[in-house]
Design a protein around this ligand. Sequence first.
Ligand code: MIG
Length: 811
Amino acid sequence: MKNTLKEKIAHDVVEEEIHHVNNPVLEPPMIVKNYLNQVTHYSQNENSFFFHDGSATVEVKVVSNEIIRVRLAPHGSFLADFSYAVANSDQHVAVFKFEEDEQSYRVSTNTVTCLIGKSDFLISFQDRDGEVYTEDHSPMHWEENPDFGGYYVYCSKTNEEHEAFFGLGDKPTHLNLRGKRFTNWNSDTYSFGFGQDPLYRSIPFYIGLKNEKAYGIFFDNTFKTYFDFGAESPEQTSFWSEGGELQYYYIHGPKMIDVVKRYHELTGTNYLPPLWALGYHQCRWSYYPDTKLESLAYEFRSRKIPCDSLYLDIDYMDGYRCFTWNKRYFPDPKGLISKLASEGFKTVVIIDPGIKMDENYWVFKEGKEKNYFCRRGDDYFMEGHVWPGRCQFPDFTNPAVREWWGGLFKELVDDGVAGVWNDMNEPAVFGRGTFPNDVRHNYDGYRGSHRKAHNVYGMQMVRATYEGLKKLFHKKRPFTITRAAYSGTQRYGAVWTGDNVATWEHLRLGALQMQRLSVSGMSFCGTDIGGFSGNPDGELFTRWLQLGVFSPFMRAHSAGDTREREPWSFGEYYENINRKFIELRYKLLPYIYSAFWEQSRYGYPILRPVLMLEQESGNINREEEFAFGDKILVAPILRQGVSTKRVYLPKGRWYDFWNHAPFEGGQEYDVETSLETMPIFVKEGAVMPEAPVMQYSSEKAIEIMHLKVYHTDKKVNSFLYEDHGDTYAYESDVYAEKKFTVSGDQGKLTITQQVDGLFKESYSDYEMVLYGLPFEAKSVRVDGVITQLSTHTDGFPKLVVSKEFKNIIVE
Ligand code: MIG
């Protein structure tokens, strides 16, 4: 013991001497950009290759057949390999090979090759045929950050003349990002405008489209990041950060949809929501007191307008203290919630990160005792004003804090709350916007200032909420939404686009933002239907609701200083149209739920821009039509006073959803579209499931599943997914995943079915209606047995078959 102490002192003395000897008076250091130099040597460790230039090291890691990760260590040592976004970067057994010639090193899988130039350290990615998808414009570079330590890190790629760029989350602008520059820094942006940047979310992932071939770049860096898609110089696309590591994933296509799917393989998919979360939700800031909620519930049911969920905004709390009730407005929360539940309404409550500094408030006391609140650089608490007054803020990047936070929902869950809405988690602070940079965070043990943790703060909050609810619910699936997000947040919550405005421009923005979020890995998204601030007229509200039917998350919401905003608030004429469209949402629920399954299980996006269906340069600027799931194409009406809309249908045959008339795609059509309707098309060969209209998603068991079958002379698969709707039994195979294959010719239609899983549906038969038959059906054989055709009420041929059928032939 004594010895070691002596040694230590001796050591310190030595250090001190060295320190003095080596501490000449220095001029303030010059800030210079350092570029990678010539490669001097390389080494390999399993599927990672390390290239050195004498000082810096670059790691090229084969993550999967289609994904390669690049990291830069300016002075040779990498930062800890930890990511909030990437669930697992070693998930696949990757096959790869390594080659070297005069000019370059080549790391290849069977689909992609990463080339590292020996003399210039330029990195490029090619497909098997040697076609270059993206290449460095200059070698990766960095700049010392004397104030905070670490480096500003930069990467720049060469733009092809017509290259286009997509993704990046919620940027409120046109789908193609070419010519623009963006910042990622989660911000509370009330009444944001077209082109405003940044907004609430940071999704540092983009898709490039070059010569009609797509690839993705995911820059997994939580600091403030920047993307420049040829704004500063048309020849380059650059991305850089104020700190952290230059670390990005190259994701191969060549199809956009596969890039998105592979991005989901890295960052996870949306959790499978409970079915009720896909119904219509009614929200407002705020519905109170309890009698207001009761009368809302009564209005919905007596007017026969379907609705699954009612929301409580901040006024349900006692002085905006999280996890409390305002007992004057809500004397019996449990009674109210169970009454609403008995009428089929789920209750969702808001929660904010700011915890009121009040010594008599248990949440504050507990958080303080456990040392769970964020602190400044000099150890002061991070304090700021939000709705409750002066607040402190839990450090959600600390796993112990997340665990604690998750448990705080116990009473709300006991009261019957079914979902939680996470607001203000950019984090928002009145006056100054957000936390100052010197606030310290645990960052799951890896430590960091707010510069590093800011963009994941909201993600870790909704993660804590989601994981907590999941535990408290035991066997039921929770529902959560969040305003702030970072890549990967889809694993923990849905998102809404924040405080939009009741204008036609914002309706258009909503359609753009949702498509963008969907291709950026956040499929479960929606806008405040009607616009948060301002007052829509009946027409705008109805058109917005129509877009809402085709929004993965469908919720009307409005600010407190606006006029009433329920589906009946604009008079009977609008109410009837609104009812019809909300009913449509409920008819489509089996289809929508199946699309969510496809997202959650396989990583397919729910909204798909036309370009994703038909990857041709001519479609780059099409942003007013999009696919909802893989069988429906919609063209929401986004302008006032419109009665016809020009709609482009991708190649192949489509059917008008309303009257089943066939249309040949590959061209534009002028579609009549009064306020009572909107352009909706169904893809040929589709088997579209339809549920009976219900007042809420679980009102009654389906007695017979309605299937609309559309003729094709190709071969087309459709999927129908069913399960309990709100449990985790599907994880033990208690689900039904049905694959229908439709094929046909001018005189024939064949439908086959294959079923996977153990779920037993409530019904035993399908009622099938056949659309678009180019012949008059005379005979039908179901698994070889001649079966009767009849006529559906709409005049088209119909048959009733057992849900067990395997093969149907119509001639
Ligand atoms: O400072 O809770 O975006 O949806 O109604 C405003 C009140 C706080 C902002 C959210 C909005 C919500 C509102 N919140």
